[in-house]
Write a protein that binds this ligand. Structure first.
Ligand code: COA
Ligand code: AMP
Length: 637
């Protein structure tokens, strides 16, 4: 039996009482004046007036409560053939010493710190050390290049950057330090110092007077027995800024608070993921994404679980059995991954032969999110693992599941293709373009009725107007998710597509607008459009269409090479931009809007209608012809 209906009804009946009960799981330095203050911020703030410290709740209190010897963090790195384990007491030593090092660099409450690191344990130490000092971290994913890092440095104006000499992408060494140096050189804002983890795979040059060797400084702080106390912060103070793709090249700095974030994540660990203190939880993501923030770092540790930090890929490290090897070796109880990881594993090991080689007896549940879970992949995982496979839907902006299936409350029956039902806290509705509710089963804009629950972003860093215009103007009284979908008669949510220019490549959220800005910066390019076309492995892949300036000698091969290199250099390898196609003209409406949606439908062989406002219908046939040349759009005209 699922306790879901009862729990959702309890939230509906009295949201403040519901979240006040959930908040009892957190240690507060000072209790809230009000569980919810509707006068604060855009839609109100949770736990206003309370004081707390997120690091205390993730680390110190477990040591104080007798869990010091229990494993807190397991770093498993097949790419360096290393495994390290830290108990909660050892985690406290590491985080405390790093906080002392950061204090030496002048970091105090409210200062920003950028963390640009591969998947090493030190990335999590750095996040927690910031939380300990009341500093605001902004983790930048390692697959972003210097230009993206520099934009984040200028927006967040960090006092300090914490980085590493290199990361490892299977056998490829990614030198982080030259990217960091370039980003700082390009940025207007100059961080006062950089704390650098020197890795054995590749050591980097240090800048005298600016760079601090992390290992040396931490060792010294430990020797001196220095461990700054957890700094009390307001529950409504920012814990972190996480930049995510918007419709333009300028990323959006999603702000997360301290207090309500802890309440929501603890609730989710207990009720959605069904974990208990002492369990082992593994989110096979990266600390640079929201999944990494919520479920590699904060969620598991808040709950007193051990978290796995995995530096590797689901395939090729060394084979498609690595996920099962990690689950066996660390007795993982719950795994959270992107569907694309399972598509990659299935491609290499369609019969799931690797699964049988490992002892998965401790493993209870697989959770999928980050992109649409295609029913085929879910069915494959269900049958090969013989365990519940739970899809759930959320966004960087919310920090935790909007819809899901709460294993801790007792899961309800899974409906393939649906990431479950709305979680307590979320009033999910579907509206047509004029803002009217649609009938169950009808496709429309998915919106969340205000107020949003704990953990949802109170603002965008440095961009309150964009916060309002991007999320709240279109449907007054609601938060616009920019996802289109349906809710069926039984309340199951189905997420079908984004309604904006965001695409989802291998579970990574990317802006086609940002890629277009880079492509049009090429001197030969007059205009372009980037669309996400369906890809069997990565879900979507970006494909660019460009028109050259008049007078440019046509040389599509050269231009494709240059444009691919430019996007990789400016945005980073994560953009996975590999295809740029020359066209004579782009299909547009009479008002000049490029018909990206129609191009995408043609490429994906989806049904499409000739847009009424199209300027010249013949252009769509031209696009279809070039797409067919490149192996897309198979349906005859
Ligand atoms: N640092 C530097 N480069 C990185 C990087 C990082 N942290 N992460 C990815 N890249 C590079 C990759 O090496 C690849 O480079 P290439 O073009 O030279 O091959 C490029 O960025 C694209 O990466 P990706 O799209 O991840 O492709 P992949 O072929 O390396 O791996 C999958 C494919 C499916 C195995 C992988 O994407 C995966 O495991 N995805 C899970 C997604 C995930 O965790 N999402 C988070 C939300 S839950
Ligand atoms: P991000 O902010 O990077 O987590 O990306 C959020 C977006 O990913 C959502 O707006 C959806 O478009 C997509 N997404 C995340 N989880 C799911 C899911 N379970 N099903 C369908 N789409 C999802």
């Amino acid at each position: 039996m699922s306790g879901y209906e009862q729990s959702y009804a309890a939230w509906r009946a009295d949201p403040e009482a519901y979240w006040a009960r959930a908040a009892q799981a957190i240690d507060w330095i000072r209790p809230a004046d009000k569980v919810f203050d509707p006068e604060m911020g855009k839609f109100g703030r949770w736990f206003a007036g309370a004081q707390c410290n997120t690091c205390w709740n993730c680390v110190d209190r477990h040591v104080q409560n007798g869990r010091g010897d229990q494993t807190a963090l397991i770093w498993d790195s097949p790419v360096t053939k290393s495994v390290r384990r830290y108990s909660f007491a050892q985690l406290l030593d590491e985080v405390g010493a790093l906080a002392a090092v950061m204090q030496d660099q002048g970091v105090t409450r409210g200062d920003r710190v950028i963390i640009y690191m591969p998947m090493v344990a030190e990335a999590v130490f750095a996040m927690l050390a910031c939380a300990r000092l009341g500093a605001v971290h902004s983790v930048v994913f390692g697959g972003f290049a210097a230009h993206e890092l520099s934009a984040r440095i200028d927006d967040a104006t960090p006092k300090l950057v914490i980085s590493a000499s290199c990361g490892l992408e299977n056998t490829r060494i990614v030198e982080y330090k030259p990217l960091l140096d370039q980003a700082i050189a390009d940025a207007t804002h100059k961080p006062a110092s950089c704390v650098i983890l020197q890795r054995e795979a590749h050591r980097c040059e240090m800048v005298t007077g600016r760079d601090v060797d992390m290992a040396e400084a931490v060792a010294q702080a430990k020797e001196q027995g220095r461990r700054p106390d957890c700094v009390p912060v307001e529950a409504t103070d920012p814990l972190y800024i996480l930049y995510t793709s918007g419709t333009t090249g300028q990323p959006k700095g999603v702000v997360r608070d301290n207090g309500s974030h802890m309440v929501a994540l603890h609730w989710a660990m207990e009720n959605h993921y069904g974990t208990r203190p002492g369990d082992v939880f593994w989110a096979a993501s990266d600390v640079g994404w929201v999944v990494g923030h919520s479920y590699i770092c904060y969620g598991p540790l808040l709950q007193g679980c051990a978290t796995v930090v995995f530096e590797g890929k689901p395939v090729g490290c060394p084979d498609a059995g690595v996920f099962w090897r990690v689950i066996q070796d660390h007795k993982v109880n719950a795994l959270f991954a992107a569907p694309t990881a399972f598509r990659a594993i299935r491609k290499e090991d369609p019969q799931g032969e690797q699964i049988g080689k490992y002892d998965l007896s401790q493993f209870r549940t697989l959770f999928l999110a980050g992109e649409r879970s295609d029913p085929d992949t879910v069915k494959w995982a269900q049958s090969k693992l013989d365990r519940p496979v739970i899809d759930h839907w959320w966004q960087t902006e919310t920090g935790w599941a909007i819809s899901g299936n709460p294993v801790g409350l007792g899961a309800f029956p899974i409906r393939l293709g649906s990431p479950g039902k709305p979680m307590p806290g979320y009033d999910v509705q579907v509206l047509d373009d004029d803002g009217h509710p649609v009938a169950p089963g009808t496709l429309g804009n998915i919106v969340l009725k205000l107020p949003l629950p704990p953990s949802c972003f109170p603002t965008l860093w440095n961009a309150p107007e964009r916060y309002q215009s991007a999320y709240f103007d279109e449907f007054p009284g609601y938060y616009a998710t920019s996802d289109a979908g349906i809710i069926d008669e039984d309340g199951y949510v189905f997420i079908m597509a984004r309604t904006d220019d965001i695409i989802n490549v291998a579970g990574h959220r990317l802006s086609t607008g940002a890629m277009e800005e880079v492509i049009t910066s090429h001197p030969d390019i007059a205009e372009c459009a980037v669309v996400g076309v369906a890809d069997a492995l990565k879900g979507q892949m970006p494909v660019g269409f460009y028109v050259t300036n008049s007078g440019v000698q046509p040389d599509p091969e050269r231009l494709e090479r240059e444009l691919v290199a430019l996007v990789r250099q400016e945005i980073g390898p994560v953009a996975a931009f590999k295809t740029a196609i020359e066209v004579e003209r782009l299909p547009k409406t009479r008002s000049g809007k490029v018909l990206r949606g129609t191009i995408q439908k043609i490429a994906d062989d989806q049904p499409w209608k000739m847009p009424a406002a199209i300027d010249d219908p013949a252009i769509l046939q031209e696009i279809k012809a070039v797409l067919q040349n490149r192996g897309y759009a198979h349906q005859p005209a």
